[in-house]
Design a protein around this ligand. Structure first.
Ligand code: F6R
Length: 264
């Protein structure tokens, strides 16, 4: 895994947005896997700025979101449909029909999950998947002990995740118990993965994900097996990495022939 450590979330988000922008320019019909939560918001803001100010064109891009709460309508303010509309889609020119977010109101959840997997395959697979990480190591909503080969399916959230996400809801008990999430196996099939983490409350889990043993007890740790995965962290999130100085040194000394890869 390539580890990129930057002083601030803004600096990390700029690099991540540049990686996506380069992909969109190189492959205008690329397929992006997207995440919700606090972590990608600054990156989305940067992409919106690039679209407005530099004409970055998303008119042929297809997107798949990682997850959605079961039982929330797309219009519910805490749904991930609403989140994506607010932070990204209302500001970009991604065609409506190219946007895929699991339907948390589906009458047949298993069929919805199977259809989601088919749609990813039909689009030619995900070129780049954006990930945040839960304080317990979850990616998407693949909680600890999730199968590392899992596909899109319904999952039950842990109390920890419901507690972490309660800040978005009026009352903690309003946080849904169930979600539809891409599986770990689905995520691992993306051609490139960007894992973003900010803040000291992610330091322990990031050290375990990047340097610890691969284990279903930290689903993000499977990314060590991904051929093109980058972890992008701010300094507080990098604080517990054993080899932090080495990663900083590597990034600062990328050889010239690799410079074009910087930000890619
Ligand atoms: C969101 C998702 C989750 C979040 C994770 C971190 O679509 O799949 O895995 O990335 O819970 O959330 P934040 O960024 O709010 O700390």
């Amino acid at each position: 895994m390539e580890i990129i450590i930057q002083p601030t979330p803004e600096a990390v988000s700029l690099i991540a947005a540049n990686i996506i922008a380069n992909l969109v320019r190189d492959k205008p019909d690329c397929v992006l896997g997207l995440a919700t939560g606090n972590t990608p918001i600054l990156m989305y803001r940067e992409l919106v700025r690039m679209h407005r100010e530099a004409g970055l064109d998303f008119s042929r891009v297809t997107t798949f979101n990682l997850d959605e709460y079961v039982g929330l309508s797309p219009k519910h303010p805490q749904s991930y449909h609403a989140f994506m509309h607010e932070h990204l889609f209302q500001h970009l020119n991604v065609p409506r029909q190219n946007i895929h977010i699991p339907n948390g109101l589906a009458a047949d959840i298993a069929a919805e999950c199977a259809q989601f997997e088919l749609a990813i395959r039909g689009a030619g697979g995900i070129d780049l998947q954006v990930l945040g990480i839960g304080t317990d190591g979850h990616i998407g909503f693949n909680e600890r002990s999730s199968s590392l080969a899992s596909r899109t399916r319904i999952k039950t959230l842990t109390e920890q995740t419901r507690h972490d996400n309660a800040r978005y809801f009026g009352r903690p008990e309003d946080v849904p118990m169930h979600v539809i999430t891409m599986g770990v196996g689905t995520i691992m099939e993306a051609r490139q993965v960007l894992l973003l983490a900010f803040g000291e409350n992610k330091a322990q889990v990031m050290a375990a994900a990047v340097e610890g043993p691969i284990s279903a007890m930290n689903p993000a740790s499977i990314l060590q097996m991904h051929p093109v995965a980058k972890a992008l962290l701010d300094e507080p999130a990098a604080a517990q990495l054993t080899l932090g100085d080495y990663y900083r040194w590597v990034y600062a000394h990328k050889p010239d022939w690799q410079q074009f890869v910087r930000g890619r």
